[in-house]
Design a protein around this ligand. Structure first.
Ligand SMILES: [Zn+2]
Length: 362
């Protein structure tokens, strides 16, 4: 059987087939006279990904297996690793099987093809367990910044590795993108457009990403998200302004952390995954709703990491909104934004958490 470069999305796999393939017809996607290889030729380059997973039958009891609903390897390669460019699941399954082994009868297939699989590290609880290590690393880091060193972190932190991992999450947010900011009026008077930007430094209270006295611009991708982020109550008067980007900006996207070219990391892939987990933790902490009971010191870890991202030359960070599943941004500067001259004013009529019903104020 032959597979071709059109069967795959992964650019490194495509390159390999172009370089090593012989002109034939593809048995999977149907392309004619294209460079093709035998699927099993790809096993070695895909092994760092495949070997992250283990069949649940290797360690679950019969009772556990009966209850367990999981994913097959082909589903994971397709959904989490964006490997294939084929839309027929039966074809994806059969291509996966031929990448993994050279057997032609299903009865001879290894367990990793015939049962659900899970990430090895999620199920083995030894001390050297990679996610445990990163979980510990996050704790050591947060503890150390709160109680030991605030400005010059020493051994708690591998800056060069972190810098590389941050680079994996970089994205461009394009000129003309429109974002929203909402403010609750403290005295029932509406805000003017000039009052809708980031607060002046002397008034900047500590937030998820900014320390006291340093003012960042927090915006949301959707108007709804901007409103729910300020958590208004019924009867509150709120003002919403739009901010249009006047040039492309480079940001770090903690909302969708995806390893785009897994193959290029080879056997370092599992190392890369665990450091990305550290950044996922940062994303989770940015996401947490502002809690008045949290003290200023609780924000130090996220503030430190955001400042590190700023220091590396990025313009901001994107993170998920835990309140309504929309997207939030924090920008370190506001020069690239044009604020709308018209501010929309609403009164909150009803709260159907996490959404709000509001009425336009005439
Ligand atoms: Zn093909």
């Amino acid at each position: 059987m032959n597979c071709c470069k059109n069967c795959f999305q992964d650019s490194d796999v495509k390159k390999y087939i172009l370089k090593n393939g012989k002109i034939k017809d593809c048995d999977f996607c149907g392309s004619k006279s294209v460079p093709c290889v035998e699927p099993h030729d790809l096993r070695q380059m895909l092994n760092p990904i495949i070997s992250l997973y283990i069949s649940v039958e290797n360690f679950m009891s019969t009772d556990e297996l009966k209850e367990f609903e999981g994913d097959m390897l082909w589903e994971i390669l397709n959904r989490d690793w964006y490997l294939f460019n084929i839309f027929d699941n039966t074809m994806i399954e059969s291509l996966t099987a031929q990448i993994v082994n050279t057997k032609s009868y299903k009865e001879d297939y290894p367990l990793i093809l015939t049962s659900y699989v899970v990430k090895k590290e999620d199920y083995y609880n030894d001390e050297n367990h990679p996610s445990e290590i990163m979980e510990n690393k996050w704790e050591i880091f947060t503890d150390s910044i709160k109680t030991i060193n605030r400005f010059f972190l020493q051994k708690e932190f591998n800056h060069s590795l972190l810098r590389r991992m941050i680079g994996i999450c970089k994205k461009t947010i394009h000129k003309d993108t429109v974002l929203y900011r909402c403010r609750i009026s403290p005295n029932k008077e509406t805000f003017s457009s000039s009052e809708m930007g980031r607060p002046p430094c002397e008034k900047a209270t500590p937030g998820r990403a900014n320390p006291r006295g340093i003012s960042y611009l927090y915006l949301a991708l959707e108007e709804e998200t901007a409103i729910s982020e300020v958590r208004p109550y019924i009867g509150d008067l709120i003002s919403v302004a739009t901010f249009r980007l006047t040039k492309d900006l480079k940001i770090i996207d903690l909302e969708n952390i995806v390893i785009k070219r897994p193959v290029k990391y080879g056997h370092n892939l599992s190392e890369v995954i665990k450091y990305l987990d550290f950044l996922r933790k940062l994303g989770e902490f940015l996401e947490k709703p502002i809690n008045p009971l949290r003290t200023e010191i609780d924000y130090l870890p996220t503030q430190y990491l955001c400042e590190y991202i700023k220091h590396l030359g990025y313009d901001g960070v994107r993170y998920r909104s835990s309140l309504n599943k929309g997207s939030n941004f924090v920008f370190f500067f506001d020069e690239a934004f044009e604020v709308s001259t018209i501010v929309s004013n609403y009164t909150i009529k009803e709260m159907t958490f996490p959404n709000y019903e509001y009425e336009h104020l005439k």
